[in-house]
Design a protein around this ligand. Structure first.
Ligand SMILES: [Zn+2]
Length: 360
């Protein structure tokens, strides 16, 4: 997270990142290094709950770290408020699970004013490294933000990326992770466009960093598709570096452009329609569209997505053409972020974009 103080900038980054096979076994050591003594472990209800029991309890007991373990299911405000009261004396949070569990943990850490470590059990998006919270943005866009106390974006202080555990996650999460990574190809183009068109500040260091993460995964796409250690490592590192790029930029700009706006619009429309896609599936399709609108070789993006079995058509995404067109047209209005869509996409052009790219 970047905080502007006059002309000085403070860039807050994770202090320690442990990754590779068996990285989760280093969690207690990391907690000790960070002088954590009373930890609240937050996990999801099924697989990740088992991972906490199998891998974490014993380590913590051996290192004499006091801990409690809560299973979270959703972002119910009353339930989260209860946790802040019940665990008022903790000094840290360890978030074990997928994106939503980690996002809930970030919110709790902010409200309780403690730092946190993330232990992602899949690599479906870069949430485990970023200070931003997806469901808060959704609440904000659907005008439900006010019910929530203020959130102060804070990067994790430590990240544990156990590539063996991540490799065991369902294949669709790997595919979604690639969809969230290729997004940087479009995010960078949108950011530089905003710089040229409306004079938005453009940080070449942060932008290059973001772009590099997408190239890194594209280069290793065969390994990623096989789900081998090299591929999972590349995907984990790409997400990690994406968090660094966002911290340097002080916003999600290097990781999120028109493709994310389309995905956010689809999220909002899903409240009225019957579909529920992983974030990265939607940003992947959004990236094909964004790349096409920028006049770039959209087939390159499509091939990357196809290699990992990520959706590249509306049929695969199980979304009707009318909904996708609505999402594309509403995308530039939902958030104040200048992108290629801000140039005035018409309905006719949106239909053509879907047909040309064979998404529809
Ligand atoms: Zn994303």
């Amino acid at each position: 997270m970047l905080i502007r103080v006059n002309n000085a900038q403070i860039v807050e980054l994770a202090r320690k990142v442990v990754y590779g096979i068996g990285a989760i076994k280093k969690l207690a050591t990391l907690c000790k290094d960070l002088e954590y003594t009373k930890v609240l472990i937050v996990s999801g209800p099924t697989v990740t709950k088992g991972i906490v029991k199998d891998y974490i309890y014993e380590q913590f007991e051996k290192e004499q770290i006091t801990y409690a373990h809560e299973v979270v299911r959703d972002d119910n405000l009353e339930e989260l408020k209860e946790y802040t009261k019940s665990y008022a004396d903790i000094d840290s949070i360890v978030a074990v699970g997928g994106g939503h569990t980690i996002d809930i943990s970030k919110v709790l850490a902010s409200w309780m004013n403690v730092s946190y470590i993330t232990v992602p059990t899949n690599a479906s998006h870069d949430g485990f490294t970023s200070p931003y919270v997806n469901f808060l943005l959704r609440r904000e866009l659907s005008n439900h933000k006010d019910e929530y106390p203020p959130y102060r974006p804070q990067s994790p202080i430590g990240i544990i990326g156990d590539t063996e555990l991540i490799a065991q996650s369902p294949k669709k999460y790997i595919a979604a992770g690639v969809g969230d990574t290729v997004a940087k190809f479009v995010a960078e183009l949108d950011w530089s466009l905003a710089h040229r068109m409306i004079g938005e500040e453009y940080d070449i260091y942060a932008a290059s960093f973001g772009l590099m993460t997408a190239k890194m995964v594209a280069d290793k796409i065969n390994d990623v598709a096989q789900g081998n250690e090299l591929g999972i490592r590349a995907l984990f590192k790409a997400h990690g570096s994406s968090g660094v790029a966002m911290s340097i930029a002080g916003s999600s700009r290097p990781a999120s452009g028109s493709e994310h706006l389309i995905s956010h619009s689809l999220d909002l429309l899903s409240l009225e329609h019957d579909y529920d896609n992983p974030h990265g599936f939607q940003t992947g399709i959004g990236t094909i569209i964004g790349y096409y609108l920028h006049g770039k070789d959209w087939k390159y993006i499509k091939q990357i997505l196809q290699k990992v079995g990520a959706p590249t058509t509306l049929d695969e995404l199980r979304i009707d053409r009318d909904i996708m067109i609505e999402a594309m047209l509403m995308a530039p209005k939902i958030r104040k972020r200048y992108t290629i869509l801000s140039c005035g996409l018409t309905k006719k052009a949106a239909i053509k974009a879907l047909e040309q790219t064979e998404i529809d």
